[in-house]
Design a protein around this ligand. Structure first.
Ligand code: CA
Length: 236
């Protein structure tokens, strides 16, 4: 459910998200979002902060009274994110306009994935129902686990120390296991939109990451290269 009053964004999101396989319902103001929430029963709400009738902040608070639907809030400027986060309205993630569709989609998939109940086949049964899993801060894929809140990575249960950028690259890959994350998305998310440096920096970080999390860094199986496109995390 896209809650957005600016036509340019509504049009771009309707087309772009449909192309990514999402079914999009648009609400043009906060009141409409609250009225239609039950009927639409969305898997995710993309919620603009500045809205007519009822603000995105108040819509989020109201939804949180009875729903744990994933919510990504959209602010008009990056600087506003701190203010909105400080209000603790219960959103799952925040993005600032202008954003790139591919970054938004990566975050949407990550939030939806974190929200899914864990404990299905292939999950370690000991983790079921733990607070960390419920809070969505612990990603477990194969023999690698990543705790976002504690900033900890374990491989085969052994603690591995990662600098911030390597940690961010790994968490983005692990939030979307089995999916190719484009080089440009990784660079955008980790280094920012205005990054103009040598994109080889990404390859250097991937190489260091592999040295720490692969059983055989010379023949990587967890982080694989999709030539000309990007990288993919495989649960091994
Ligand atoms: Ca707006």
């Amino acid at each position: 459910m896209v809650v957005e009053d600016e036509e340019a964004f509504v049009d771009a999101l309707s087309v772009g998200l449909a192309r990514e396989g999402f079914e999009v319902e648009v609400c043009r103001d906060g009141g409409e979002a609250l009225r239609r929430f039950e009927e639409v029963a969305p898997d995710l709400v993309l919620l603009d902060v500045m809205l007519p009738t009822i603000s995105g902040v108040d819509v989020c608070r109201e939804l949180r009274r009875h729903s744990d639907v994933p919510i990504i809030m959209v602010t008009a400027r990056a600087a506003e994110i701190d203010t909105v986060v400080g209000l603790e309205v219960g959103a799952d993630d925040y993005v600032a306009k202008p954003y790139r569709l591919r970054e938004l989609v990566a975050r949407m998939r990550a939030v939806i994935r974190r929200h899914r109940p864990r404990g299905g086949p292939g999950e370690e049964s000991g983790l079921e129902g733990s607070d960390e899993v419920a809070a969505g801060t612990l990603l477990v894929e194969g023999e690698v686990s990543l705790d976002i809140a504690r900033h900890e990575v374990r491989v085969h249960g052994d603690l591995v120390t990662l600098p911030l950028k390597e940690f961010e690259v790994l968490s983005l890959l692990m939030e979307n296991p089995g999916r190719v994350i484009e080089r440009s998305t990784l660079i955008d998310v980790v280094w920012g939109y205005d990054y103009v440096g040598d994109t080889k920096t990404l390859d250097v970080h991937i190489k260091r990451l592999r040295a720490k999390i692969e059983d055989d860094p010379a023949n990587p199986r967890r982080i694989t290269t999709i030539r000309g496109l990007g990288y993919k995390f495989n649960a091994i």
